[in-house]
Structures are given as structure tokens and as C-alpha cells.
Write a protein that binds this ligand. Structure first.
Ligand code: EPU
Length: 439
């Protein structure tokens, strides 16, 4: 964890406009898809975040020419020279992200083999890759665990397959798509995830020549093709970042216009925002979120896969719920350990209790497995500044929001982690009138 520290003098409502760019959880996958094309691809609306740099580094290590234009938010990728990467180059990126696992299918198609370093990413649960490996094996890949990563080989062309996911995993669905598009024959994935970021990846793959149909009841069918070409695409906006700033507006009693935010990707979030008592206004330029004054109301919310309430929206909203009157109940059903960040909130004056039971309408996968995956927030509580440490990306942003809402000074350590997913967040904080200093 980085030692970077941000000092924050809280208690000032965040007011102003910030601009959203493309979704972190789509952009990185579209960059991986470029490996499949015979010609160059161009992606627009690319945010300057560390995950993008990591994928650019991994692509370059595999012989892809990558040109990143930060100011324009464009990345051009030419996979003409794709080759196996040197272990040392891959190792440089090992442990920094979860994206490398998605290189498997494209590299197997292009080169017949791949080495994937051990994965990083946020520590919010076990985050196994069993679905990914099962998918790759079913396509016909040989998968071997080696020190520092996994080696994959395809001795002949991968074959389409049928499979049902035990859980609609985003990454496993993407793994399947990125592999099925050039596998021989038809692939049918049941129990697939259908998040907007996945549908945007389908658009990119379709532009490249893939034949993919999204059917009812989470079924995706792919007819493999022999050759694919480059794409030209504008990434969908980052609906997690939009929701994070919306929560910041609520928690600080502020008024933030998120330029570029798209209502259709935030429908479920907006319903809860309204129930809590937050106000929003959708315009051609984006969405304005604000605290109308008066009391916020407590809510019960259960996270889930799309079109449910995203797990990534949960952490920032919990901070706002510390300011709502009464008991709010949150049941986290996607990750078993996504409430670690509440410890710091309690140290700042919040009253959040964690439970192993499923405090929601449904019994989830974690119900009988001893994980503290439900939370009860009682409010409103006055938050006061504290020395806190960023635990993970979304939890870290939530800590920032808490520090901004709190009375007095906070010192937030490890803010480098937030650069993974929030573009220029310190500039945006300044633009919204926050009092922050980098130490
Ligand atoms: N799972 C398995 N086995 C697998 C894969 C997943 O058991 O092989 C489980 C996970 O442990 C988890 C659940 O399935 O309990 C859902 O995981 P999923 O695969 O859907 O998540 P992911 O693809 O690893 C992406 C985002 C996450 C986001 C989730 C859910 C990226 C790089 N990450 O993760 O984003 O929370 O989907 O929407 O796209 C973030 O941005 O901060 C973040 C964590």
C-alpha cells in the first residue's frame, strides 16, 4: 500500500461540476479485446487512471503498440506485432490488477499460449478465479499453475462450448465472450452477467466482427468467427464514479453536477437516492445531485448483480447513510468482505454494526458462512476528523467522503490506491471547494 497522505479539513459542502469519463470496468476490457483484431483499434473517453496504465503496460509487453493521449482521452492500440511477453515484463505488472486474467482467450487465439501473472485488485473477498479456469478448460485450453502465475496452452483451435455459471460473474462472462468470439462453433453461456459494461464490450466485439446475441434469462450465444478486425468506440460513462460523487453531495450537504453521467446506467441507484431524500436533475449535460436540506431518511438496500443495486455503489452510500435518521440496513450479496471500511467510519463517530446473518429479503451465498456481510447504520451521527487508511478502491473513496463530511481535520493515508479508479480525483475535490493538502 502506498504511503501517500491527503490532509482534509472537513465540514464544507462540496459544490460545483465535475466531468466523468469512460467506465474503468469497461475501458480495461475493451483494451484487452483489441488483441483480437487484425488491425488497430481506437477507444475514446478513456480516463487517466492506473488500471488503464496497467493494461497499456501489459499490452505493450505483448508487442501491442499503444498510444495513450491523456488530454484527448484516447487510446490507440495496434496488435500487428503481438508476441509472447518476457516473464520479467509481465512480472512488473503482477499483483497490480485483476485484468490480466482476461488476456487468456485473446492470447490463446493469437499465439496458442499465454502466461498470466498472479492477480491483484481490491481485498474485498476471496475473489477466486475458478469460473475463469473452468471456462478456459471447456474451450479446450490446458491450464497449469506455475510459480507466480498460470500457464495456458491451446494445441489446436479452441472449440465453442456450453456452460452455466453458478453465479453471474462479470469477469467470467467477459472471459467467456473474449474467448468464444474466435472459438470454432457455437458457445452458449447461461447464468451470464449482463451489466452495462458487458453490453458495451459486446458492442465493441460486434464492431470487430463477432456474432453475439443476448437472449432472455441471462443466456448469451456466440457464433465463433475466424478473423476479427479493429474497432472505433466511445466508452460508456463510469456509473460507479457518478454514484460516488452523488453520495459525496449527499454526505456533505452539497450540490454536485456530474457531467457526462447517464441516467439509464443509474436507474436503480437513483431510486434509492430519492428514497434517502437526495434530489437529482437529469439534463443533456449530465446529472445534478444535491442535498435539499432537512433530514435524510434511512433505507434498506441489498446489493446484487445488474439490474440490482451495484456492490460498488454500496460503500460511498453508506457514508451518506450515517447522516440519515433511523436505522439503515445493507445486505451485501456480491462480496463477502466489503464492510472492512466501516471500522474507520466508526472511529470517526459513525454507528455501524456488522452482522453475519443475511439482513435482507433473500438468503445469499454468504448466509451460513460466517462472513460479516450485513450492516446496520444508525443515524444521524456527527462525524469528526481522524487519521484513517485507505483499505480498497471504493472503501478508500468512501473514507474521503467521510473526511469531507466530518468536522475537523483528517489524514487519509494510502490515497494512491484511489488513483486506480478515480481520474484526477484531487483536482476534482479542489474544483468542488474541498480543503485538501497533499503531504
Ligand atoms: N467469483 C467466483 N469465481 C470466479 C469469479 C467470481 O466465485 O471465478 C465470485 C466473486 O468472488 C464474487 C462474485 O463472483 O463474489 C462476483 O465477482 P465478479 O466476477 O462479478 O467480479 P469481477 O469481475 O472480479 C468486476 C469489477 C468489480 C465489481 C464486480 C461486480 C472489474 C475489474 N471489476 O469484478 O469492480 O465490483 O465486477 O460488479 O471489472 C471496483 O471497480 O472497485 C470493483 C471491485
Amino acid at each position: 500500500m502506498t504511503e501517500d497522505v491527503l490532509e482534509i479539513e472537513g465540514g464544507t459542502p462540496l459544490i460545483g461540476e465535475i466531468k466523468l469519463r469512460g467506465a474503468k470496468n469497461f475501458v480495461s476490457k475493451a483494451m484487452v479485446a483489441s488483441l483480437l483484431g487484425q488491425g488497430p483499434s481506437t477507444l475514446h473517453n478513456v480516463p487517466l487512471i492506473r488500471d488503464v496504465e496497467v493494461v497499456a503496460g501489459l499490452l505493450r509487453a505483448h508487442g501491442v503498440a499503444v498510444e495513450l493521449d491523456d488530454a484527448a482521452g484516447t487510446v490507440r492500440m495496434d496488435p500487428g506485432g503481438v508476441e509472447l511477453a518476457q516473464s520479467a515484463d509481465i512480472a512488473m505488472h503482477a499483483g497490480s490488477s485483476r485484468i490480466p486474467i482476461l488476456f487468456c482467450g485473446p492470447l490463446l487465439h493469437r499465439l496458442g499460449e499465454a502466461f498470466i501473472p498472479d492477480l491483484g485488485g481490491c481485498n474485498i473477498g476471496g475473489r477466486p478465479i475458478d469460473f475463469h479456469l473452468e471456462i478456459l478448460r471447456r474451450f479446450g485450453a490446458e491450464v497449469t499453475k506455475e510459480p507466480g502465475g498460470i500457464r495456458l496452452q491451446a494445441l489446436e483451435r479452441l472449440q465453442g462450448m456450453q456452460m452455466e455459471l453458478a453465479y453471474p460473474s462479470v469477469g467470467a462472462t467477459e472471459q467467456c465472450l473474449l474467448t468464444a468470439v474466435m472459438a470454432d462453433g457455437i458457445t452458449e453461456l447461461r447464468g451470464a452477467a449482463v451489466e452495462p459494461e458487458i453490453l458495451d464490450l459486446v458492442s465493441v466485439l460486434q464492431q470487430m466482427g463477432a456474432i453475439i446475441s443476448i437472449e432472455t434469462d441471462r443466456v448469451i450465444k456466440v457464433e465463433g468467427v475466424e478473423e476479427m478486425h479493429g474497432f472505433h468506440h466511445k466508452a460508456l460513462p463510469d456509473r460507479i464514479e457518478a454514484a460516488s460523487w452523488a453520495a459525496a453531495a449527499l454526505a456533505t450537504g452539497g450540490d454536485i453536477t456530474v457531467l457526462g453521467a447517464r441516467q439509464a446506467d443509474l436507474t436503480t441507484y437513483l431510486n434509492y437516492y430519492r428514497k434517502v431524500g437526495g434530489r437529482f436533475d437529469v439534463t443533456d449535460r449530465g446529472i445534478r445531485f444535491w442535498h435539499p436540506g432537512g433530514e435524510l431518511k434511512s433505507i434498506a438496500v441489498e446489493t446484487g448483480v445488474h439490474p440490482g443495486f451495484m456492490t460498488d455503489w454500496q460503500q460511498p452510500l453508506v457514508v451518506a447513510l450515517t447522516q440519515a435518521k433511523g436505522l439503515s440496513i445493507i445486505h451485501e450479496t456480491v462480496y463477502e468482505q466489503r464492510f472492512g471500511f466501516t471500522k474507520a467510519l466508526n472511529a470517526m463517530g459513525a454507528q455501524i454494526q456488522l452482522y453475519k446473518e443475511c439482513l435482507g429479503g433473500q438468503v445469499c451465498r454468504f448466509g451460513r458462512r460466517n462472513y460479516l456481510h450485513s450492516a446496520v447504520v444508525s443515524g444521524p451521527t456527527e462525524l469528526h476528523g481522524a487519521a484513517i487508511e485507505v483499505p480498497d478502491l471504493r472503501g478508500g473513496f468512501s473514507h474521503l467522503i467521510a473526511a469531507l463530511a466530518a468536522k475537523g481535520r483528517s489524514s487519509v493515508k494510502g490515497i494512491g490506491l484511489i488513483d486506480r479508479g478515480y481520474e484526477h480525483f484531487q483536482d476534482k475535490l479542489q474544483a468542488l471547494g474541498a480543503h485538501t493538502w497533499r503531504v
